[in-house]
Ligand binder design. Structure first.
Ligand code: PLP
Length: 378
């Protein structure tokens, strides 16, 4: 089944530049037009207008954020703990787990993972041994993963997709393999949440970290940590606060007891504003027909694959590609970049090439224009 995006008017739901096109959803997704009103209603109004303190209303928004994530990832809302960003979530997580803080712990990750993930892990676990899958190996291949997996590992870090190479890891199979080996797994969905499905009930990794700033169009600051219920009891976070307490209102400075669930990772007084925006926008995304964003994304990516077969350096197979096409024009690269800039087509450039990420608010006309501008320049 194919969808006609134009006839559904999804594009009209988003704030978009008046000229040119925006193809940077791998960096920051566009806000919904309704976001400002939702923010006023759920953040400012209870603060400005009500006589009572706004916490009750604000905490309701955080519950809405958790329930939106529950629906998106098909798991219980209570298993998601709000976090500021992935680096911080990851740091808290690994420092909390006895299997990872022991002197001989060993972690497998990829050189293609987002660098901040490596920084956080290494600083949090200075005693740990790190093994990296080299970036020249094909991270989309289960065979490559299998060559690096072993019972000696304690944790495997898996990015569902890789921002700078446009590749997709075989997440479900890698997680299944870690389970067979008795190794912990953590999945990073920063670059895929809202675009690619991850069914936590089916895949059951041990942990997942993500944010809402990219395909979920929610702005920065609304990140999350998901912990499998069977792992909770083993996690004893060091970075805690009264919202991590079993009873935040007990107020006995001599008594700290962990919250029974994942909220033990919450910490002190939580931020609220990013989660109000994210609850609104993830609920919008959840109401779209299942698979619509990816289906539309693949359709627009295939226009790029057809137009630039030789210049696309990211995978073309739907099971291997992220939402981003990466284009490399060699000597013509700077001319292409300048021409796109002049045409107000927003893309960015990393070591492998120009990154182009079509979301639901892009259409065929955006991609046709981009192709025409590149053809004129290259
Ligand atoms: C795969 C991946 N992980 C993590 C991050 C960001 O991590 P943090 O929220 O700590 O900045 C990004 C940012 O682009 C990313 O692409």
């Amino acid at each position: 089944m194919t969808f006609n995006i134009a006839s559904h008017g999804y594009k009209d739901d988003f704030c978009l530049p008046e000229q040119g096109s925006y193809l940077l959803s791998h960096s920051v997704g566009r806000p919904l037009k309704s976001a400002q009103q939702a923010f006023s209603e759920d953040f400012f109004n209870p603060w400005q207008e009500d006589n009572a303190e706004p916490w009750q209303h604000w905490l309701k928004s955080i519950e809405l954020f958790q329930s939106a994530l529950g629906q998106l990832f098909n798991h219980s809302p209570e298993c998601f703990c709000p976090q500021v960003n992935l680096s911080s979530a990851l740091c808290k997580l690994v420092m909390s787990h006895p299997r990872l803080t022991k002197p001989s712990a060993k972690i497998l990750m990829s050189e293609l993972d987002f660098p901040s993930m490596g920084y956080a892990l290494r600083q949090a676990l200075p005693q740990c041994q790190f093994v990296f899958i080299p970036n020249e190996l094909d991270i989309t291949s289960l065979e490559v993963w299998n060559r690096h997996l072993s019972e000696e590992l304690d944790l495997v870090f898996i990015s569902q997709v890789y921002s700078n190479s446009g590749q997709q890891a075989p997440v479900n199979s890698v997680v299944a393999a870690t389970k067979q080996l008795g190794v912990l797994s953590v999945v990073d969905v920063a670059q895929s949440a809202g675009l690619l499905a991850l069914d936590l009930t089916e895949t059951e990794p041990d942990f997942m970290v993500g944010s809402s700033v990219k395909w979920l169009c929610s702005g920065p600051g609304a990140a999350y940590l998901w912990v499998h219920p069977k792992q909770i009891a083993d996690c004893e976070p060091k970075d805690v606060g009264w919202f991590s307490h079993e009873n935040p209102f007990e107020f006995d400075i001599h008594q700290f007891r962990y919250h029974h669930g994942v909220l033990r990772f919450w910490g002190g007084t939580p931020s609220v504003a990013p989660f109000v925006l994210a609850a609104h926008s993830i609920h919008y995304i959840n109401r779209l027909p299942i698979g619509l964003i990816r289906q539309h994304n693949l359709r627009l990516l295939s226009m790029l694959h057809n137009a630039f077969a030789a210049q696309i350096v990211s995978p073309k197979e739907p099971s291997q590609c992220s939402g981003t096409a990466i284009l490399q024009f060699g000597d013509g690269q700077n001319r292409v970049i300048e021409a796109l800039k002049a045409a107000k087509i927003s893309v960015d450039v990393r070591s492998l090439g120009i990154r182009v990420s079509p979301h639901i608010y892009n259409d065929e006309a955006d991609i046709e224009q981009l192709i025409a501008v590149i053809h004129n320049a290259a």
